[in-house]
Design a protein around this ligand. Structure first.
Ligand SMILES: NCc1[nH]cc(CCC(=O)O)c1CC(=O)O
Length: 314
């Protein structure tokens, strides 16, 4: 028996969330010999509001934080020590008392196209139905392919694939990262390049949170942290923070590193895809927050209050 105190990892119960929690446990054990014993790291499943409501668009239920609030509370109350999050689903403002000291190396950021009817979005015949729950994907698809019909479509990967096979929709889009982590890449019809559909802020990134005062966990998480991934996500999240007045505005952003610079692309759209604004800015890797803030502000100024207000009502 070891006298090592346990570490409890909190996670949502979806297959993707569990895969990410297991990956985190494996990485902790690879980095720290003393965590390798049986039962030292436990995984605790927590049901969130977002997991319980499957029949409505997330934006209608109240948007951001739906997948994190119950987990944050478990963490603050000490029922779990760390929580593993898809950074895409984490609100830009963290609750008091919780830090996100660790970003794992980022997976592929792109969306993928899945269909039995065509090889890519461009090949779908007019009137085809594309199912997606994401306002970002919906707006970009409508903007590029106004002849397609886009419907709201939620549920975990397995559920979506069965709707596709039942013919409820002709095609759907998912994140490549999630499918890779689920080892379900065989369902992919084609990968969508980021210059066709710009990914969500922080797509493909996993973040690990702990209590702000938990020095022990911060020490354990240190070797798992990927500074490059964190810099990219910080720029994207700063852009989102500026534009996030409404969770109903389709927003996309992608930062890449180019030597000692960050190149940040941003996009906002009206939900019906009739207007899309994009920008691209560069800044030093030392200040991702400054770059994201500037880029977000530039989009916001260009859009004007009307654009963002209209987006809220659509
Ligand atoms: N919003 C749900 C969600 N949150 C994270 C992922 C996928 C993995 C990732 O982007 O890290 C998904 C599913 C999807 O969009 O296909």
């Amino acid at each position: 028996m070891s006298d090592q105190p346990k570490i409890v990892i909190g996670t949502r119960g979806s297959p993707l969330a569990l895969a990410q929690a297991h990956e985190t446990r494996d990485r902790l054990q690879a980095a720290h010999e003393e965590l390798r014993g049986e039962g030292i790291i436990e995984i605790e499943v927590i049901k969130t509001t977002g997991d319980m409501i499957l029949d409505r668009p997330l934006s209608e239920i109240g948007g951001k934080g739906l997948f994190t609030k119950e987990i944050d509370n478990a963490q603050l109350e000490g029922r779990i020590d760390i929580a593993v999050h898809s950074m895409k689903d984490v609100p830009t403002w963290l609750p008091e008392g919780i830090d996100l000291p660790c970003i794992l190396p980022r997976e592929d950021v792109r969306d993928v196209f899945i269909s039995n009817k065509a090889k890519c979005l461009a090949d779908l015949p007019a009137g085809s139905v594309v199912g997606s729950a994401s306002l970002r994907r919906q707006a970009q698809i409508k903007a590029l392919y106004p002849h397609l019909e886009v419907i709201t479509f939620r549920g975990n990967v397995q559920r979506r694939l069965s709707k596709l096979n039942e013919g409820v929709v002709d095609a759907t889009l998912l994140a490549h990262a999630g499918l890779r982590r689920l080892k379900s890449e065989d369902v992919i019809t084609s990968v969508i390049e980021e210059d066709e559909i710009l990914p969500a802020v922080a797509q493909g990134a996993i973040g690990i949170s702990c209590r702000s005062n938990d020095a022990r966990m911060k020490k354990y998480l240190e070797p798992l942290h990927c500074a490059q991934s964190a810099t990219r996500i910080e720029a994207e999240r700063a852009l989102l923070r500026i534009l996030d007045g409404s969770c109903r505005t389709p927003i996309a952003a992608l930062a890449v590193l180019d030597g000692d610079e960050i190149v940040l692309r941003g996009l906002i759209a009206k939900p019906d895809g009739t207007e899309v604004l994009t920008n691209e800015m560069r800044g030093p890797i030392s200040d991702p927050d400054g770059l994201g803030t500037k880029a977000g502000q530039e989009l916001k100024d260009r859009a004007g209050a009307d654009f963002l207000a209209e987006a809220t009502q659509a």
